[in-house]
Design a protein. Structure first.
Length: 338
């Protein structure tokens, strides 16, 4: 898949470059949502902590008195084309099969949050506004120029030989750029000098704790320190998951990787069970995103100790204050226009 994406990257960069130029020159005009919009995205294919960032943002906005909604394409879900309301802030109105695994995970974790899925992001924003949500977190939308946003947050992966969706010059559209604390030396300084219109913050990925399945009991991040585990996941960058487990002290005896957004049919669960039996590990550990698609009862994993790692981001100070200031400004502008 990585080789395919590297081959496709020049085409994607060309198309995105042409589209970006048309919007910059005013030949194409974005549509404006009726409530403030924060976009989260990146310029490379694959995972770069966009979903953990969306969850951190939602949690902070809830704490600060906002009523946030997530707007997502709902990749792979049954509602991806026609759109749907996965959560109206009062309760779940769909399944992960309908709304997609990541939106469903967020809807379950934050019951007061609205979660709207579908390709037509403006329609989702309008639904959120009608249900009296006060801000939208737009997932994976840096290239979705059809919808105007009040703030673009872009996560940068500084690894070499990445397949890019669009050229680095597109970062001039960003209001905030986030880079990992393990970025190559000089990356932060180069970004600040090259894109002075963007605030640059460092972040680190961390484990918030482990969730025991199916009872949902939360255990601390060091729960598996010194213990042997079998790790499995279906995410864009599985190495980051296993590396984080090791950073938390777990002895990753073996690991299994499945395609991103894998649906875990019975054959996959049987494969995991057989590997667990062969390795002699003490527990099976997966990601929270994968866990929403697995009901251990009645499956090959029913008798095994199964846990999901909750992943979070620690971001430099001032990040959330800057976002809230931008949201308040955007909300005031809309009130003045009303």
């Amino acid at each position: 898949m990585k080789a395919v994406l590297l081959l496709f990257s020049p085409v994607s960069r060309l198309v995105c470059g042409i589209k970006g130029n048309l919007y910059a020159r005013g030949k194409l005009k974005p549509r404006k949502a009726p409530l403030p919009v924060i976009s989260i995205g990146n310029i490379s294919f694959g995972g770069s902590e966009k979903t953990p960032l969306a969850m951190e943002l939602i949690a902070r906005l809830l704490d600060r008195g906002w009523k946030p909604a997530l707007v997502s394409r709902g990749y792979g879900g049954q509602w991806e084309k026609e759109g749907g309301v996965l959560s109206d802030g009062a309760g779940l109105r769909g399944t992960w099969q309908q709304g997609g695994d990541e939106p469903y995970m967020i809807a379950r974790r934050y019951p007061g949050t609205g979660v709207f899925v579908g390709r037509d992001k403006l329609a989702s924003c309008r639904r959120a506004h009608d249900l009296r949500f006060t801000a939208v977190v737009l997932d994976d939308a840096f290239q979705h120029l059809r919808l105007e946003r009040d703030l673009d947050i872009v996560l940068i992966d500084s690894r070499k030989k990445l397949a890019l969706r669009e050229g680095v010059s597109s970062l001039k559209r960003a209001g905030i750029i986030l880079i990992r604390d393990t970025a190559q030396p000089g990356t932060e300084e180069w970004l600040k000098a090259s894109f002075p219109g963007a605030a640059v913050f460092k972040y680190r990925t961390t484990g918030r704790g482990f969730i025991s399945l199916p009872d949902g009991e939360m255990t601390p991040p060091d729960f598996f320190r010194g213990k042997s585990v079998l790790a499995f996941c279906g995410i864009a960058n599985p190495a980051r998951f296993t590396n984080l487990l090791r950073e938390l002290g777990a002895d990753v005896r073996s690991s299994l990787s499945f395609p991103d957004h894998h649906r875990y049919p019975a054959a996959s669960l049987q494969k995991i069970a057989l590997r667990f039996a062969a390795t002699g590990a003490e527990a099976v550990v997966t990601t929270e995103k994968d866990a929403v698609k697995i009901a251990p009862s009645g499956t090959a994993l029913e008798s095994f100790p199964l846990h999901a790692l909750r992943i979070g981001l620690d971001i430099e100070g001032g990040f959330y204050d800057l976002i809230e200031a931008g949201l308040k400004k955007a909300a005031a502008v809309r009130r003045d226009r009303a």
